[in-house]
Design a protein around this ligand. Structure first.
Ligand SMILES: [Zn+2]
Length: 525
């Protein structure tokens, strides 16, 4: 931040004063109000490649949403010391759908400029100086993309400055994850960092090199200077391990992972009643000209008119940062599969299926395709399932129609992750516990020969690829042997060897997904 006029200083003092008086403003990590931020990207290009593809721009929006929700891949590498304070926010960055004058837009404005590169004097923010004028800063986050000289990757204006220059500037070499983005700036963290400034965050070391720098956030340890590159071992200063993986440090993109609870509170305070960016909450930037609600560019398949080719687990649709997806079950017996992952900070899982017009159910599977839990409410009631303290890894959600139910309408599937366990609603449990016996599927299988002596063949026909678990129990129910096979959809012939089990009568139980098979097995030697 470079401007230091008297108005700006006063505004900054007011914002800091407001922060102090609003200490009690708290955000709950569950059941919170989402803060949608309409974003306009002003792309200023002199060479064609700098006009950027839509994909490159969307890749940056996705990074912002993942980083600000603590859904980025690097969360699992946060040192244990810092995981208790790592925190996601309620911010969602969405490309604007409506310009200040009410005309529809995709939130991307491209403009040729005669300037080969810009400096940090804000020329890019004025059309008379070779740039593009800001959209109303009380309604939008303005992001200018332009070549910057002096190796500058980007810069931001803290809240409180002039509206005409309010926003962030990013060099195309450090924007998004593809196209003009160059290693080590190609993971979109320059924008995450600069937007952090736009949301009132200071650098983690407080911009002083004597351990007296203060970022005005209590849960970030003091740090004597910025971290550069990728630390090979934990750096420390001022008697503390450095939180070098904080987005407000200078670590390489790949080494960044988190904001803290204190930083998130500081950012979200700006949007509370009386806060400097409160007006964004009622922005019209995400309305459509016809008055309908905005389509969100972070939602997977928001049109719900795709080929629906995610009908097996191997083709599951990856849920993006915003974790909302639409889909359709318009053929009897069809499933739709979605994939997501939790992380070591946010391990608790909550999934809802809503906007139903038929009896659809959901099931949660682990990375190997093993069924974990289901939600099977009757009729078109919304489904909800919780899976708390879940192992860190990939998960699959299957949406399917009960007894072949179909609908031509789209369903909405939402996954949420949280640091704190999702509360179990008594009523929901009660409804979920009403089993529908017809829903237990029979695994199409055959065991032969039977009786057999040392091994048997287990033929199975699978609707979807997945893990097949086979167990052999003795007549008092003790598990004698178990086998796991990763099998493809369709016909599989599996070989099960008995090893040293004694001659006798056993029960063979096989399970894949929610389908089961049980048969007497005689071993005779
Ligand atoms: Zn900075």
């Amino acid at each position: 931040m470079l401007l230091e006029d008297a108005n700006y200083r006063t505004a900054r003092q007011q914002i800091e004063g407001f922060n102090k008086t609003q200490r009690s403003f708290k955000t709950e990590k569950t059941n919170t109000t989402i803060i949608q931020i309409p974003v306009v990207i002003h792309v200023l290009y002199n060479k064609f490649e700098d006009s950027l593809t839509d994909d490159q721009i969307l890749s940056q929006i996705e990074v912002l949403n993942k980083d600000y929700q603590l859904l980025n891949d690097e969360v699992n590498s946060i040192p244990d010391e810092f995981t208790p304070v790592a925190s996601g926010s309620n911010f969602r960055f969405v490309l604007a759908t409506r310009k200040p004058d009410g005309v529809a837009t995709n939130g991307i404005e491209r403009k040729f400029t005669n300037k080969i590169s810009f400096s940090d004097n804000n020329d890019m923010k004025y059309s008379l100086r070779g740039g593009a004028d800001a959209w109303d800063a009380t309604q939008y986050l303005n992001i200018w993309i332009c070549r910057l000289n002096n190796n500058l990757l980007g810069y931001a204006q803290l809240p409180g400055g002039a509206a005409a220059t309010d926003g962030v500037v990013i060099n195309p070499i450090a924007f998004g994850t593809l196209g003009t983005a160059k290693y080590p700036y190609n993971k979109g963290r320059t924008a995450t960092h600069e937007v952090g400034h736009w949301l009132n965050l200071a650098h983690i070391w407080g911009d002083k090199t004597d351990c007296k720098g203060d970022d005005l956030v209590e849960d970030t340890p003091p740090q004597s200077m910025p971290t550069y590159g990728m630390p090979k071992k934990q750096p420390s200063s001022c008697g503390h391990n450095s939180m070098y993986m904080n987005f407000m440090d200078y670590t390489d993109d790949a080494g960044m992972a988190m904001f803290t609870t204190g930083q998130v509170a500081r950012m979200e305070k700006l949007f509370a009643e009386g806060g400097f960016r409160h007006s964004i909450i009622s922005s019209k930037g995400l309305l459509l000209p016809d008055g309908k609600t905005a389509t969100d560019n972070n939602i997977v398949n928001n049109e719900c008119n795709s080929e629906n080719n995610n009908d097996i687990r191997g083709k599951a649709k990856q849920l993006k940062g915003i974790s909302l997806a639409y889909g359709k079950i318009d053929k009897s017996g069809k499933s739709e599969w979605f994939e997501f992952s939790n992380n070591k900070v946010q391990s608790n899982i909550y999934i809802t299926l809503s906007e139903l017009t038929a009896d659809f159910d959901i099931a949660l599977y682990n990375a190997n395709g093993l069924l974990l839990t289901r939600s099977r409410r009757s009729g078109d009631k919304p489904e909800a399932l919780k899976w708390n303290n879940a192992e860190v890894g990939n998960y699959y959600v299957r949406v399917y129609g009960y007894q072949g139910a179909t609908s031509t309408n789209c369903f909405a599937l939402q996954t949420q992750l949280s640091k704190v366990a999702f509360k179990t609603n008594e009523e929901e449990v009660l409804v979920n516990e009403t089993e529908k016996p017809e829903d237990i599927k029979v695994l199409q299988s055959k065991v032969y020969p039977n009786p057999s002596s040392y091994a048997a063949n287990f033929d199975v026909n699978l609707e979807e690829e997945g893990e097949v678990n086979i167990a052999i129990y003795d007549m008092v129910g003790a598990k004698i042997k178990s086998y796991n096979f990763n099998s493809l959809s369709g016909f599989n012939s599996l070989n099960i060897e008995f090893g040293d089990i004694q001659s006798g009568v056993y029960n063979l139980v096989a399970q894949s997904g929610d389908a089961k098979f049980k048969q007497r097995l005689i071993v005779s030697r």
